[in-house]
Every structure is written in C-alpha cells, then in structure tokens.
Design a protein. Sequence first.
Length: 134
Amino acid sequence: MSEAVVEQALYEENPGMFKNHPFYFILCCLIPILGWLWLLYWYLQCLSSKLTITNSRIIHRTGLLSKNENEVRIKHVRNVQIRQSFFQRMMNVGYIGISTAGQSGVEISMNGMPDPDGVQELINSRLEGSDDGE
C-alpha cells in the first residue's frame, strides 16, 4: 500500500488593497467624507435662509451666527418673478424674485423655494387687498 501525501498550503494571501493602490484607497475613503461635508454645508445653507410673508411685509432672513435681514412692504411690491426648470416643476420648487418700485432689480431672491406659484398667488392676493384700501 502506498501512503497518501497530505497536501499542505505553503502560502495563502489576498492582494493588498492599500499597499497596491494607496491613492485609490485614500480617494475612496475621502469621497464619502467630502460628500457628507457637502451635504452638511448644503443643509446649513438651507437652514440659515428663511422667507416670511406677513399681512404687510415680506422678510428674507439669512445667517446662523450672523444675521442679514431684507424687508419689503407688500404694498411696494411691483413684480414677483418665478423661474422653474423642468425638474423643479416636477418637484414643485423654484426661484422667487421680488422687485419693488424703489429699487432697480430684484430685492429679494431665493432659489429652491417650495410652491413658488402659491407664494406668488399669496403675494398677489395681499397686493389686491392693499389696493382695495386694506
């Protein structure tokens, strides 16, 4: 009878990720981190900007630590601009620009605002109410 030779592994290893391609490894680790930082910046930017419409004023506030406030009386509004791309129309968001008689150009402008048509209708209804002596 012949003896069976038992097979033994002399070398067993997987290819090295980091040592083989350190640049790609670091890049793959940085992309999610940069993505999260960009999302955080974007979130803070949205959080720090607010449009408030009252019965007599339109107020645009920006800033988290510092504050910038732009106020327009509704009775002085002359133009409300709405701009929406195809995808913004699908998502019901868009650009809102508000102009007054006292300034040339747009005084209040905000992009990505929900229901821009509703905002325009609200301002126009307040304008019609102020024209009637309200």
